[in-house]
Design a protein around this ligand. Structure first.
Ligand code: SF4
Length: 220
């Protein structure tokens, strides 16, 4: 190996991979979360049917199953654990599988594990806990596949689709508030438990701007 290749084949701590978003988690990361080294509040869920960038192909794809990820900063794609000042990972000793596997000069190891054994909310919440039931109730009421159909119906001028879309947005909004208030769940956990708010997903994914009434009743 010549010197130039050696330079390329090692992490130079440029931070580029961390600035492209947090990693998706895998079953191998379960202990990092259960031990509290990666808190649940630092996670969010991309729900089945959402569009997301595939970190391997770079293409925007429709998810065929959910993905639990480490959150990005509110104002950018940069992983929330990335520290600009020293270009370092705040949880380096406990960084997830994808981060430990990534070699930007050779994506083969990442490709091998990327779509395998992804962690789900159920893996973290258990099968029959009240939180798992709550997640399922929300998923049953407003799956992304249904949202997609309603957005298309609304775009083609179907008033009942527009009405139902508004109802589901209101449901999502109130469900989140209810879980936080009555369930005494920290608002920081909602994006993990229920995915990100529907109105944001609809705007990002379908380009539909949501106008909210003063009473927080969603309407589109
Ligand atoms: S967890 Fe750490 S290594 Fe992984 S993307 Fe975030 S900052 Fe980078």
């Amino acid at each position: 190996m010549d010197e130039m290749n050696h330079e390329i084949m090692a992490c130079r701590r440029c931070g580029t991979c961390c600035q492209k978003g947090g990693p998706a988690l895998h079953l191998a990361d379960l202990d990092l979360i259960n031990s509290g080294n990666i808190p649940l509040a630092s996670l969010y869920t991309l729900r089945k049917g959402e569009r997301a960038i595939d970190n391997v192909s770079g293409a925007r794809v429709r998810l065929t199953s959910e993905i639990v990820k480490i959150k990005s900063r509110p104002d950018s794609e940069t992983c929330m654990s990335y520290q600009d000042a020293d270009k370092a990972c705040a949880i380096y000793g406990f960084r997830p599988l994808e981060c430990r596997t990534l070699e930007c000069w050779n994506t083969a190891p990442l490709v091998q594990i990327y779509a395998e054994n992804r962690l789900t909310r159920r893996d973290l919440l258990g099968e029959r806990t009240w939180l798992a039931e709550l997640v399922q109730a929300h998923e049953d009421e407003c799956p992304i596949s249904r949202i997609e159909v309603l957005v298309e119906g609304r775009a083609s001028g179907d008033p009942s689709a527009a009405e139902e879309l508004s109802r589901i947005i209101r449901y999502d909004h109130h469900f989140r508030n209810l879980v936080a208030e009555k369930g005494k769940i920290s608002p920081d956990l909602l994006d993990f438990l229920l995915g990100r708010p529907l109105e944001g997903i609809i705007t990002r994914q379908f380009g539909v701007k949501i106008n909210r009434s003063p009473q927080d009743s969603g309407s589109s």
